[in-house]
Design a protein around this ligand. Structure first.
Ligand code: PRX
Length: 674
């Protein structure tokens, strides 16, 4: 994060008390109750988490111990010896609790008239059918099932069917291109892939099955592909003995046959979800059944104050952890009504979100700062024509929210009175870790407030990063275990251990600062990740794609501040001697990234340079490149550089690039500095 951004955040002095209206019905109704819970959770965490697990979930068998910790290996096992099933908790138990005919899932398709609604009973029927169908394809407990699907009800049904069997779902964001999908299927060795003919996005048809076919040639683990006919394409190629239509497959199973839930050990894996790694390979984060589900239900209930008659809308794609925890598992475990939207915020017009809020009388809206910023730009006229009075709580996630966007959200969507829960968390943490409680926490725009009860967050290595005097700025860590924490990294013990290697406790990879009230101000990633529009991407992965192009000798990818996306990708590229520094090459490099990872990873800027700033041992100093990408002309002390003269060259190159000129005169290019 740039100094300017940090200064802007910290100069934000406004604060907002929690609303009084509605407080008496809230799960946590005021600051005093909240403080008492925090104290209790700190004094006896096992008692606290055991009580929450009992209140929130149905267990087939109770645990022997709430927590078994192997500190040396950083292994934490929650609710050991207990048995439960996530599908049972998200569906079956609601059938006998008076919610049988309540809407579990409301789905709004991209087309206005395309709406589907599943009651808990209907969800049960469909999930059992699909569980039978997967079972007929020999899917058993512990098998991996990859889901490369658009935002359609079948995605949720497939996830809950896997959970019912005890199979492990591996969801792959439908916006990923070839390399992203292949890497995830190969890493998980999925036996089945469930997909759709196509996804619909902003009026366009994006074929998924056709994208998948060439990828599968290099994925020998995949025995079957199940295809949902969503866009009703009629030219889908289906490979015999491997591919089967979803509707044909489930047609064999009647509407009234139960599929019994597998009693899973609390520490059996519920799902695997990949996130960007610090190497070129995606990191498969494993989440447990008991700890994860407890934490999902617990945080959904307290952070969003979910009540039985609420319509709850988390806008995140299910391909990301937010969609898992707050689109599906959290709300359904609580027996809530969750809304799923297939489309995008500004298509066909920028009023889509607000028309959906009005149409379904949404009470809780949880979205990303990028969405808020992009809609804010388009003006209030789009919000004013809708009745947003059903809204009670607003939330944000995925990236730091700038105070300006916070204020707009608060004023124009929240009518100047609704609480905004800015939830900080990660794929690895399973659920929110630092967040306000809507009726108990004073809000400061831009801060995620304080760690949740039972979460021991802290900032370490204060001297490490540049912050304001008198305040701790450093690395955000979590000092003790919590039920939602990852079980491990699939097939990569070393990667799992690396999270704990610097401080002996969980290190998030984010920078943060704590103010005098104990409020956390998240400053973004300080590791090899870039957060583009709330999507975490690995710089190493993008660099690997760029350097695989024959014209490229070296590449270094860093974040640059971006008014809409939060951060965007800035790539410094050293072309090989005979390669032209041309727009064609830039286009080719962008296309390579789009084809491999997907459009979201396409570099915003590609700057050619003769050399990278390096130490005498040949290591690229990315810290300096970050500063240059952010617009700094003076990068400070460059004495540790083997080639300090390159800095002025790169700064000049950036200026030229922004002004639309070539980075450097070709004559200068010949004097290669190394
Ligand atoms: O940098 C933080 C940012 O998103 C990262 C986690 O990304 P991912 O694992 O994809 O999960 C995203 C959804 C939970 C974090 O390391 N981040 C997430 N929430 C916030 C945030 N940054 C600032 N404020 C937040 N509320």
């Amino acid at each position: 994060m740039s100094r300017e951004r940090l200064a802007a955040l910290l100069s934000e002095k406004r604060s907002y008390p929690p609303p009084v209206h509605g407080r008496t019905q809230a799960w946590i109704s005021d600051g005093e109750e909240y403080e008492a819970i925090c104290r209790r959770a700190l004094e006896d965490p096992e008692d606290f988490w055991g009580a929450r697990a009992s209140q929130l979930l149905h267990w087939f068998k109770r645990w022997n111990r709430v927590l078994v910790a192997d500190e040396a290996r950083h292994k934490y096992r929650w609710f050991t010896g207990a048995r439960l099933n996530a599908s049972f908790n998200c569906i079956d138990r609601h059938l006998i609790s008076g919610r049988r005919n309540k809407a579990a899932l409301i789905w709004q398709g991209e087309q206005e008239m395309d709406v589907r609604c599943h009651t808990y009973q209907m969800l049960y029927t469909e999930v059992c059918r699909v569980a039978h169908a997967l079972s007929s394809l020999r899917i058993r407990k512990g098998d991996h099932v990859a889901l490369y699907m658009p935002m359609i009800p079948e995605l949720i049904i497939a996830m809950l069917a896997c959970a019912r069997i005890g199979a492990i779902h591996v969801t792959i964001f439908s916006g990923y291109a070839e390399g992203g999908v292949r890497g995830r299927i190969q890493d998980s060795r999925a036996r089945i892939v469930i997909t759709a003919d196509a996804a619909l996005r902003a009026g366009k048809i994006k074929p998924l099955k056709a994208n998948l076919d060439p990828i599968l040639e290099k994925c020998p683990s995949v025995a079957h592909v199940v295809v949902v006919s969503h866009a009703r394409l009629n030219n889908v190629s289906m490979k015999s003995n491997r591919d089967v239509w979803w509707h044909d497959l489930i047609d064999d199973f009647t509407l009234n046959s139960d599929f019994p839930c597998e009693p899973m050990d609390a520490n059996d894996t519920l799902f695997l979800l990949h996130t960007s790694g610090s190497t070129g390979k995606p990191t498969g984060i494993m989440h447990s059944t008991g700890g994860y589900l407890t934490y999902a239900a617990h945080t959904t209930q307290w952070c969003f104050d979910v009540r039985d008659d609420d319509v709850y809308w988390c806008t995140a794609d299910v391909g990301w952890i937010t969609g898992h925890t707050y689109g599906i598992y959290g709300p359904l475990a609580l027996g809530a009504t969750t809304l799923m939207f297939e489309g995008v915020p500004a298509w066909p017009k920028p009023d889509r979100y607000w028309s959906i809020v009005e149409k379904f009388r949404v009470n809780i809206l949880y979205t990303a700062p990028t969405v808020i910023r992009s809609l804010m730009r388009l003006g209030e006229a789009w919000t004013e024509r809708y009745d947003l009075s059903s809204l009670r709580i607003l939330g944000t996630v995925g990236e730091p929210i700038n105070p300006e966007a916070w204020q707009w959200y608060h004023k124009h969507i929240g009518n100047g009175e609704l609480p905004i829960v800015d939830t900080w968390w990660q794929t690895e943490t399973g659920g929110a870790m630092i967040s306000p409680m809507p009726y108990a926490t004073k809000l400061k725009p831009g801060s995620a407030a304080r760690p949740l009860p039972g979460i021991d967050a802290a900032v370490m290595d204060a001297a490490d990063t540049d912050g304001e005097e008198g305040r701790e700025v450093g690395r955000l860590v979590i000092r003790g275990p919590w039920p939602g924490m990852m079980l491990g990294v699939f097939n990569d013990e070393e990667k799992y251990r690396s999270y704990f290697s610097r401080f002996g406790c969980y290190e998030s990879g984010d920078g943060a600062q704590v103010d005098e009230d104990g409020y956390f101000w998240i400053l973004g990633r300080i590791d090899d990740s870039i957060n583009v529009s709330g999507h975490r991407l690995s710089t190493v992965e993008i660099e690997a794609i760029l350097t695989a192009c024959p014209e490229v000798a070296e590449a270094a990818v860093v974040p640059m501040p971006h008014s809409l996306k939060g951060e965007a990708i800035y790539a410094f590229v050293v072309p090989r001697e005979d390669a032209p520094w041309s727009e064609d090459l830039r286009a080719k490099l962008r296309e390579a990234v789009r084809r491999d990872i997907g459009p979201l990873a396409s570099p915003e800027r590609i700057q050619f340079t003769r050399a990278m700033p390096k130490t005498s041992s040949g290591k690229i100093i990315r810290r300096l490149l970050r500063k240059i990408a952010a617009g700094a002309e003076d990068t400070g002390d460059a004495t540790s550089l083997a080639n300090p003269e390159i800095i002025a060259d790169i700064v000049r190159g950036r200026k030229n690039l922004i002004q639309g000129k070539a980075e450097d005169a070709p004559a200068e290019k010949d004097q290669k500095i190394d």
